[in-house]
Design a protein around this ligand. Structure first.
Ligand code: FCB
Length: 455
């Protein structure tokens, strides 16, 4: 295998606003659904909230300097909708925009390309109060917000991602309820998925209207690699159902302007899909310039039943999830880089001509700073090495992968797990906010400097 990556490969890292920024009530930011959810007893471990997080809002210079020391060529972050457009309607929040202007300027000055995601799950609470993603109006609000952000920041930001992982927003937020806003309603989750697709399509149009044609417009999906336990028709059908409501519910509308027929059949007892209006699928399938892929681990499935309430409408009554083999991360997620290779080859075959970016990949481990102040994380290094090798193999096999964004730069607020799960290549001591690059940060810096893996 060639261990070097193609010239021009984008070496990045990723974060998200609510997970690192803190400053939750500063400079006109209004509450998002994650502020509300994290304050609801029992929803987030240890009662953790994003009020302070990694205090990135006040430490932009220091954090960009860390990125520069690692040698990142690109940095993926998200804009907090409740900062950029407090309450989700009307005029932009100038101080919120100033923060992102300053971040983008610091990045550009450091020679790092800013990659902005418009929605990484922090819906303004006022829009949830008006019905949230199950309501069509939320998609229309999102397109307005996209237009505002593009007008204000388009001179500094060359890559725009509309949504991060709409599957999680729809099915963990409204299906299983383990994420904000914490509703458990299969039908609402399916409506949310459609309106997130619509939000994406309308935002693509708003971005194109506001920005020069050279700007890259993208979407990030967490695509599921669901492997059947056996090749019996029942187990194969279980994997098909997960693929329908986990992957093709987004891929088919976005890239082919259609709903998957099997998904409509699987969910017929829940909805007639009449919330999909004429013209929606055309809007959703507006061409984009690349697809962002987030990958952590594969799943093993078999015929059976899942617990209720579940994140898998139309599949849960027919599918059970089994522990996949292999070592585990601190999230209890199996480590298996072959799933990433498999996924990239599938996208090579199904979406020819669509450049791919790995917009998230990484692992949580129970890291700590030793008495000398070093953080040794050999398991994370092994995880990253194996997954980058899988990407490199996929490129050799013809997948058009243009970049890799490691999740995550900093230890941060890991949603329902709070601060207990550390994904960063930079350790954060949340009491002092001291940053300490872990061994993996030094390792990644060497990979970037070399342009590939140490082979
Ligand atoms: C993804 C999220 C990201 C982070 C990682 C571990 O689903 O997009 O914010 O929490 O998982």
């Amino acid at each position: 295998m060639n261990a070097l990556f193609p010239a021009g490969f984008r070496w990045g890292s990723a974060t998200a606003a609510y997970q690192i920024e803190g400053a939750a009530a500063e400079d006109g930011r209004t509450p998002s659904i994650w502020d509300t959810f994290s304050r609801t007893p029992g929803k987030v471990r240890n009662g953790d909230t994003g009020d302070i997080a990694a205090d990135h809002y006040h430490r932009v210079r220091e954090d960009v300097a860390l990125m520069k020391s690692v040698g990142l060529t690109d940095y993926r972050f998200s804009l907090a909708w409740p900062r950029v457009q407090p309450t989700g309607r009307g005029p932009a929040g100038q101080k919120g925009l100033d923060f992102y202007r300053c971040l983008a300027d610091e990045l550009l000055e450091a020679g790092i390309r800013p990659v902005a995601t418009l929605y990484h799950w922090d819906l303004p609470q006022e829009l949830e109060d008006a019905g949230g993603w199950p309501e069509r109006a939320t998609a229309e609000r999102f397109a307005e917000y996209a237009g505002l952000a593009a007008e204000a920041l388009g001179d500094r930001i060359g890559t725009w991602t509309t949504l991060n992982e709409p599957w999680c927003a729809a099915f963990l937020g409204y299906g299983s309820g383990v994420h904000a806003p914490g509703r458990a309603d299969d039908q609402a989750a399916l409506r949310a998925a459609h309106h997130l697709n619509l939000a994406h399509g309308l935002a693509v149009r708003a971005l194109r209207d506001a920005l020069p044609t050279t700007v890259e417009v993208s979407l990030t999906l967490n695509l599921h690699v669901a492997r059947p336990l056996t090749d019996t028709p029942q187990d194969v059908d279980a994997a098909r159902r997960i693929d329908a409501v986990g992957n093709r519910i987004f891929l088919d509308p976005v890239f082919h302007g259609r709903l998957p027929a099997d998904l409509v059949a699987d969910t017929a007892h829940l909805t007639d899909w009449s919330f999909v209006r004429d013209g929606d699928l055309t809007a959703i399938s507006a061409p984009i310039d690349s697809l962002g892929v987030n990958y952590y681990s594969p799943a093993l499935v078999a015929a059976g039943r899942s617990e209720s309430p579940s994140a898998w409408p139309g599949a849960a009554d027919h599918v059970r999830f089994l522990p996949a083999p292999g070592p585990r991360t601190a999230m209890d997620w199996p480590v298996d880089a072959s799933g990433l290779h498999e996924l990239l080859l599938r996208l090579r075959d199904e979406l020819p001509g669509v450049p791919l970016l790995i917009t998230e990949n990484g692992a949580a481990y129970d890291d700590y700073a030793d008495p000398e102040g070093a953080v040794h994380d050999p398991e994370r290094v092994a995880y990253l090495d194996a997954h980058l090798a899988a990407v490199r193999r996929a490129i050799d096999d013809g997948a058009d992968v243009r970049g890799y964004f490691l999740w995550s730069l900093l230890d941060n607020f890991e949603w329902a797990y709070g601060y207990g799960k550390r994904f960063g290549i930079v350790h954060v001591d949340f009491a002092s906010q001291r940053r300490t690059p872990k061994d993996s940060a030094h390792w990644y810096a060497e990979v970037i400097a070399r342009g590939g893996l140490p082979r």
